[in-house]
Every structure is written in structure tokens, then in C-alpha cells.
Write a protein that binds this ligand. Structure first.
Ligand code: MG
Length: 354
């Protein structure tokens, strides 16, 4: 890397300091330094666990599950690749605590259907043992709206009743964000849930009022960031299969804004003027370097919009709101004769029009 020395000719030497711009959590568009997400191989079939999933039940064992107390083996029935709530044995819970997650779960209500209202095909996905997404046979079975299938029990009815008939496998895709407290115990973020029932959006990032409770109000009580997932025994032999989850990384900061690069150094009006002019590519495309209205900077004018430039170092520029490089090359007389413009995956060269 050539470092300019401050002479006029050196001002025009290509030079870039991307690290200068990469420290902000606010990103400019198309920044190549922005971290890439991990590669996840999706499941071979729809609903199959992707490569980074934690499989909680694949039909072969109840090893990931415990009984009601959390220490004894789960006593639900397992057969033919599914497990079935064994009425009276109590809820089961995961051996491992789980926090923010994407949860995939498949269930089927008993057939032929028995009972009515809350008594037909009742179970529940009780996240952290506190926040219940209701499981109920809600196919041609009416109950109170905030207690039907895919309701956040006692809080939010589903946006639609997407129930399949009893006996048929149904899916819940749940996105859960647990509550957070600060160190002094004040709730800083309530729990949020999004649910798709058989592919239909039924809960959209609803804000939970607190834990699930029956016939009482249960405001938040501080708890760990991860707790076991519970499947409810509500005395109905509801079946489950293909249960997996993916822990979720933290959400992007709510205060994130468009990134903006600042001038690494100020150029004098005379220095800025030296770049102003029309530059043309071999295919006739032009690039006009114009002064900003305030006279304190430059912009490229012939892009879809005027793109303000800021200096990254002597003689080199980037865009204020988009990652990229604008490099000027000096001719023999020391004046800029060529400009290379690099944005995202495109690079173009323009020669100065005399
Ligand atoms: Mg229930």
C-alpha cells in the first residue's frame, strides 16, 4: 500500500482504508466488510430439520425429554415414529433449557374426536414452561377465541383458524423471543411470539402480557434466559412428531441506522476543484464529478442519484452512504486524469474528458 505524503501528486494516489469505516454498527449499503450469515443447509424435505437444528424428537427416542419434575424419564407413549401424551402421566419437558428460538413441532389431535370445547385434543407448547401456544382440536370445535388452537392461551386468539381435521398432522412454526430484565430486575423487553399454523400466519410478533395463567393475571416474574420447553398433558392423547429448534442470535439493534462515512481529512476548496470534471468510460458512459452545494465536498453526479463522496485518505474517496471506492489517478502534470469507481461487484474506469 502506498501512503501519500501530502504533495499534490501524492494526493492523487489510490489509497484505501476500509478499516476506518468498518467499526460502526451502522452499515453503509453493500459494505463488503459486513459479516456474512452462517451457511445453513435446509432440510431435504419441507419441515425436516436444517443442518444447525437441535433435534428434540425424531421419533426414535425420548432421550431429550424428562417428566414433569425435570429429572425423571418422560413417560409418554412412543410408537411408530411419534409420541403420544399419556393422560395422567403429567407434562414432559426438554432436558435442556431453551431460550430465543425457532421451533418446529408437528402434532395431531385424537381421532375419532372425543369431548368438546377445551376438552377436545387439548395439549400445549409451553415455552420456558411459562408461555403457552395452545394445542386444541379446533376443527369444527368452538371454544373461546383466546383458547383455540394456535392461541397464545388467554392472551391472543390466532389470526385465523388454520386447523386440519383430527388425526391429520399439523405444524406449528414458532419464533420466540424471551423477556429480558436489566440488572436491577426491571423488565426491559417483554416476550414476543410469532406462529405459523400449517403455514398460515396466526400470531405476528405479539407482545406477551406475562406468563400463561388460567383464571388469573400473571405478570412477568424475572427468570433465566433459557428454561425447558414443556408439552402439556391435558388428559387428551395428542400425538407429536418431528420436533426441532434453532437457537436464535440476538435481534439487530433497534437503534441501527443507515451507516454514514465521514471525511477522513478535509480538503481545501482548491484541492477539491482539481477533481471536478467529466470522465468517460470506453463505452461512452460518463461520470461527472461535481462540487457539493456547500463547496465542502464532491459528488458523482451520473449515478442514479447524486452520490456524495468523502475522503478516505489523500486522493482517495468513498461514498458517504454506500461502500465503494473512487480512486483518482494523476497524469504526468499531476492533475487527475482517470477515475476508477468501484461499487459492490462492479468496477468501471473513466478517462478525463479534456
Ligand atoms: Mg392447552
Amino acid at each position: 500500500m502506498r501512503v501519500s505524503t501530502g504533495t499534490c501528486a501524492a494526493l492523487l494516489t489510490a489509497f484505501l482504508a476500509p478499516a476506518l469505516l468498518a467499526q460502526s454498527t451502522n452499515w453503509r449499503q453493500h459494505d463488503p466488510d459486513r459479516p456474512h450469515p452462517p451457511i445453513v443447509t435446509p432440510g431435504a424435505a419441507l419441515g425436516a430439520p436444517p443442518s444447525d437444528a437441535v433435534v428434540l424428537f425424531d421419533g426414535s427416542s425420548l432421550n431429550a425429554w424428562r417428566g414433569n419434575k425435570g429429572t425423571e424419564p418422560a413417560r409418554w407413549v412412543m410408537r411408530d415414529g411419534y409420541m403420544e401424551a399419556a393422560p395422567g402421566t403429567g407434562a414432559i419437558q426438554t432436558a435442556e433449557p431453551l431460550g430465543d428460538m425457532q421451533l418446529h413441532i408437528e402434532w395431531a389431535a385424537p381421532t375419532p374426536p372425543a369431548g368438546r370445547g377445551q376438552g377436545r385434543g387439548n395439549s400445549g407448547v409451553i415455552i420456558m414452561g411459562l408461555y403457552e401456544v395452545q394445542i386444541l382440536d379446533s376443527y369444527e370445535n368452538t371454544t373461546y377465541a383466546d383458547g383455540q388452537a394456535a392461541a397464545v392461551y388467554g392472551q391472543y386468539p390466532p389470526l385465523a383458524n388454520a386447523s386440519r381435521p383430527p388425526g391429520q398432522w399439523q405444524t406449528y412454526e414458532i419464533i420466540f423471543r424471551g423477556p429480558r430484565w436489566n440488572t436491577s430486575g426491571t423488565l426491559t423487553r417483554p416476550a414476543r411470539i410469532t406462529v405459523f399454523h400449517n403455514g398460515v400466519l396466526v400470531q405476528e410478533r405479539v407482545t406477551l402480557w406475562g406468563g400463561t395463567a388460567w383464571l388469573r393475571h400473571a405478570p412477568y416474574e424475572r427468570h433465566a434466559a433459557a428454561l425447558p420447553l414443556v408439552l402439556q398433558d391435558h388428559s387428551n392423547p395428542v400425538r407429536f412428531r418431528n420436533i426441532w429448534m434453532r437457537p436464535l442470535p440476538d435481534e439487530p439493534s433497534a437503534t441501527a441506522r443507515a451507516g454514514e462515512a465521514k471525511n477522513a481529512r478535509a480538503l481545501t476548496a482548491a484541492q477539491l476543484r482539481a477533481y471536478v470534471g467529466v470522465y468517460r468510460a470506453s463505452d461512452g458512459d460518463t461520470c461527472r464529478i461535481v462540487p457539493l452545494r456547500d463547496g465542502l465536498g464532491l459528488a458523482i453526479f451520473d449515478r442514479p442519484d447524486t452520490m456524495p463522496l468523502v475522503t478516505t485518505a489523500d486522493g482517495a474517496f468513498t461514498f458517504r452512504y454506500t461502500a465503494g471506492r473512487v480512486r483518482f489517478t494523476a497524469g504526468a502534470a499531476g492533475a487527475p486524469m482517470r477515475v476508477d469507481v468501484i461499487i459492490a461487484e462492479q468496477e468501471r474506469s473513466y478517462a478525463r474528458v479534456p
